[in-house]
Unconditional design. Structure first.
Lengths: 168, 443
């Protein structure tokens, strides 16, 4: 049975040292809470690159394909000459293709964000503290029950002001 | 309040100040809100009167059948542009002066597109027929004409509304979470909990969030440039003197950013005062925006000159006649209002003292908005009233119904804006915290 422990911090450099020490001790399953996106924390935790970019790419490609398919197939399904232009006029259709590329790309980026960050994150709710959105940082570790004491010691030694425990 | 302003900006104070903004509305807020609702009522009444009576009650007379409604459409789409400029393009350029104003500019974008989208429908006269613009096959299985700029417009404006709304909502998620954690009353807590999508602010969430935000900005940047280009093609694709020119897309995009920035200044000045945001929206922010206004004003001024030059250089008597008429004919007052407001007035912004003088900026921004409205009016109406055939020339006058709907559209825009500043975080909490010095024990 795993258990969660979270240390609450006021200073960013204490958080960074806690992250380093936890990594050295082999605790990889951790979450660092911060009130804003902090690049130093991001670098310290060193997660793999976000998969959101694939959502953007495939959404954009899908949009472009739909744009081409939509314009070309509908105009060929009833060939009627308009403004003395070819039935399939690629240049004007590019406007539609471009707009649909952006539209699908943006919507799938949004989907990617929701899926990766808000559904797949599985942050234990009870490890969250309302002060994390205000002015405090938090380092949460999920580990085996017998290691809780060691993690607590690391959090304490790096200057955690408060430590909370929870079943993870 | 003055005591509060002397406190240095800290993380806690940023949260506290923004949460205070979404507190119970004050009397000042109601005093602004109720008149806007009344004016929206005026616009709605005029609209239904027009639906009942037909388009004859609008000022349309042969040969001018695109008038104030299309002017309003182009004006509001233009206003929408600087929001995405500030939130996406300046984000990619890492311009720090955008941080405190970008949320307001984004909200402005969404509401301005909402307003703009009404005008093609109002202009139809039979608004229920707007469905014909949506791509679906008619009863004989013929699809819409994808070669028509009006259909491009539907795709461009529809995409712009969707993407800017998503961008706006995503940007607010962490800030709404901060408000959620502060408010005490249960109903508000529930609403903000839903809107925050369960945001916790963990490093994983921030990782995906910052990447998604970057891709949004990268997609929105070409989109902004495309939308007003497409709107300009509504005109440039038509063979009308004064419209049929390749300069239109960059000219319209620069004009859109120019008017949008002016509107951001017009809106933020009262908000800064009412909510005491002097520590957030600083004079440096205004300085940055005023410099962008100088740049876009120069581009717009150059476009006015280039239009004249090309009309003369083309050797086409119709083109040249159109431009001489703009400057000297019945509409000359409108033309010179445009030139003075858009090219002459912004010259004073070259002085730093003016760029950092709030009252002067407020007046200048309103003059620019007036000038830009007339720019659209001049392009649309004057070109149509004198095209090729002298026998078909005619004069267009604005009717009271058009004036009522235009006033109503401004009220509609401000109504949404006032609702926004009272319910959602008008200043980005997370981004303000990002630019504050990070608290370090080691100093």
């Amino acid at each position: 049975m795993d258990q969660g422990v979270v240390g609450i911090y006021s200073y960013q450099d204490s958080v960074l040292s806690a992250v380093e020490k936890l990594k050295e001790a082999g605790y990889r399953n951790m979450r660092v809470f911060s009130p804003f996106p902090d690049h130093e924390i991001e670098a310290a935790v060193d997660l793999p690159e976000s998969p959101v970019r694939f959502f953007t790419l495939f959404g954009g490609l899908l949009g472009a394909t739909c744009g081409i398919g939509f314009t070309v197939l509908t105009s060929s399904s009833w060939p009627i000459a308009v403004s003395a232009k070819p039935i399939v006029s690629i240049i004007p259709y590019m406007v539609i293709v471009f707009e649909l590329t952006v539209l699908f790309g943006a919507l799938s980026t949004f989907l990617g964000l929701i899926v990766n960050s808000l559904i797949r994150q599985r942050t234990p709710v009870r490890l969250y503290d309302e002060r994390f959105s205000d002015d405090k940082f938090g380092v949460a570790v999920i580990c085996e029950k017998e290691n809780i004491g060691a993690v607590e010691a690391i959090l304490n030694s790096t200057g955690a002001e408060e430590i909370k425990f929870d079943e993870a | 309040m003055s005591q509060m302003q002397q406190r240095p900006l800290t993380y806690a104070r940023v949260t506290e100040d923004v949460v205070r903004m979404v507190d119970k509305p004050s009397k000042k807020w109601w005093a602004l809100f109720l008149p806007t609702v009344a004016l929206v009522g005026l616009g709605v009444t005029c609209f239904f009167y027009q639906v009942a009576e037909g388009l004859g009650v609008a000022g349309y007379r042969h040969p001018v059948f695109w008038g104030v409604y299309i002017t309003d459409f182009v004006f509001w789409v233009g206003i929408a542009h600087s929001g995405t400029l500030i939130s996406a393009i300046l984000y990619l350029f890492r311009a720090r002066f955008r941080m405190s104003i970008y949320r307001i500019a984004e909200a402005m974008t969404v509401f301005a597109v909402l307003t703009a989208g009404l005008f093609p429908i109002i202009h139809l006269g039979r608004p229920w027929n707007f469905l014909w613009l949506i791509p679906y096959p008619n009863s004989r299985e013929l699809w819409i004409n994808f070669k028509s700029p009006l259909v491009w417009d539907v795709f461009a404006v529809g995409t712009y509304l969707t993407v800017s709304s998503v961008f706006f909502v995503v940007g607010m998620i962490p800030d709404i979470a901060a408000i959620r954690d502060k408010v005490k009353e249960t109903p508000r807590k529930i609403i903000y909990s839903i809107l925050s999508f369960g945001w916790k602010g963990s490093n994983k969430e921030w990782l995906h969030y910052t990447r998604a935000y970057l891709y949004f900005a990268a997609l929105a940047t070409p989109l902004v440039l495309s939308v007003h280009s497409v709107v300009s093609w509504d005109f440039a694709m038509g063979n009308v003197p004064g419209w049929h020119t390749t300069i239109f897309p960059p000219y319209f995009v620069a004009g859109a950013i120019f008017s949008g920035l002016a509107m951001v200044i017009t809106l933020t000045i009262p908000i800064r005062k009412i909510f005491h945001l002097e520590d957030y929206i600083t004079l440096d922010n205004y300085d940055g925006m005023a410099k962008l206004i100088i740049l876009t004003s120069c581009i717009v001024g150059y476009a006015y000159a280039a239009e004249f030059f090309m009309a003369w250089y083309s050797g086409s008597p119709y083109e040249w006649g159109q431009f001489v008429y703009r400057a000297t004919g019945e509409y000359a007052l409108f033309y010179w209002t445009m030139v003075i407001c858009n090219c002459v007035v912004p010259i004073v912004l070259w002085w730093e003292k003016v760029r950092k003088n709030i009252k002067a900026l407020f007046v200048i921004s309103i003059l620019i908005n007036i000038g830009m409205w007339f720019e659209r009016f001049n392009i649309i109406v004057i070109s149509l009233s004198r095209d090729f055939e002298p026998g078909a020339w005619g004069i267009y006058k604005i009717s009271f119904v058009e004036a009522g709907i235009t006033i109503g559209s401004f009220a509609w825009f401000f109504m949404f804006f006032l609702l926004f500043v009272k319910t959602l975080p008008a200043v980005s909490i997370a981004e303000m915290k990002e630019i504050l010095p990070v608290p370090k024990k080691g100093g």
